[in-house]
Design a protein around this ligand. Structure first.
Ligand code: FPP
Length: 262
């Protein structure tokens, strides 16, 4: 039901005379785009800079993409900022990413209000520093009535852990007699994922050249169209985002069925 709230409704008029929108079918914009923003470290190293320099540039790239995605009518952007596996990185890099996130959530808020961006987070709160959690909660609260794009940041996120957690919650309901095993359906399961209430991603973008899913939205990407580029995330531009959407618009999404012609 909630899914209908996110149906793409786009005013086609901005297409006129704007090269970043030229050629796009504004009636077929992916409603939900998920992004694996990979390559920050390699981007920085290629310039002889510390990996953290790449993360700062990555945060700036995300800002540009949020604005552009909103301008073409994307309703939800889910960005993979920190995985449950990223704790394995050196503590200095982890601390830097946490600080960057806090800075992002502070500095960006005025802009978010201007562009009516709404914020949400997916992932587990366990293990995240209290100060980060406070900033996240404040950002959600302060943007909750905004009417523009939903920026959904995956932080301390792991797809397998998300599924295990959903199974655990459902098992508890069953043990308490609130749900019988026969009542467990796809919809019930989805109600226990972090993404509850959101439609599944239509398009999954991965930068940085690797061709893997990296434990991102394992359940939700079942029918997502994939688009990858060797470009490192800090160099990812609205023009490239547009290329991904153009590619999406050429796809024949069958969801396991047949095309209308067949
Ligand atoms: C991947 O690059 C990126 C990350 C692990 C997370 C950091 C993401 C950002 C800084 C962008 C958005 C930031 C915020 C604060 C919302 P990598 O380090 O894995 O690069 P590599 O594959 O070249 O090593």
């Amino acid at each position: 039901m909630l899914t209908n709230l996110f149906k793409t409704k786009t005013d086609p008029s901005p297409a006129n005379g704007n090269s970043l929108q030229d050629g796009l079918d504004l009636t077929n914009i992916p409603c939900h785009v998920a992004m694996i923003m990979d390559g920050n470290g390699r981007w920085a190293r290629a310039q002889g800079k510390p990996r953290t320099f790449g993360h700062s540039a990555g945060a700036r790239a995300l800002r540009r993409i949020v604005k552009y995605a909103d301008s073409i009518g994307v309703k939800i952007l889910t960005a993979y900022a920190f995985s449950t596996e990223n704790w394995k990185r050196p503590v200095t890099e982890v601390d830097f990413i946490m600080k960057l996130l806090m800075e992002y959530l502070t500095k960006e808020l005025d802009e978010f209000q201007k562009y009516q961006v709404r914020m949400r987070f997916i992932g587990t709160r366990d293990g995240l520093p209290e100060a980060v959690l406070k900033k996240m909660d404040a950002a959600v609260m302060q943007t909750k009535d905004n009417t523009g794009i939903l920026l959904n940041i995956a932080i301390n996120y792991g797809g397998q852990a998300e599924i295990v957690q959903a199974a655990r919650e459902i098992a508890r309901l069953a043990v308490d007699g609130e749900l019988s095993p026969d009542q467990i359906s796809k919809e019930v399961f989805e109600d226990h994922l972090y993404t509850r209430g959101l439609p599944a991603p239509d398009l999954l973008i991965r930068t940085g050249g690797d061709l893997r899913v990296s434990n991102f939205l394992l359940w939700q990407i079942a029918y997502a169209e994939m688009w990858t580029t060797p470009v490192f995330w800090p160099d990812f531009t609205p023009e490239l985002f547009k290329q991904a959407v153009l590619s999406y618009q050429k796809r024949d999404r069958r969801f396991g069925g047949l095309t209308k012609k067949e």
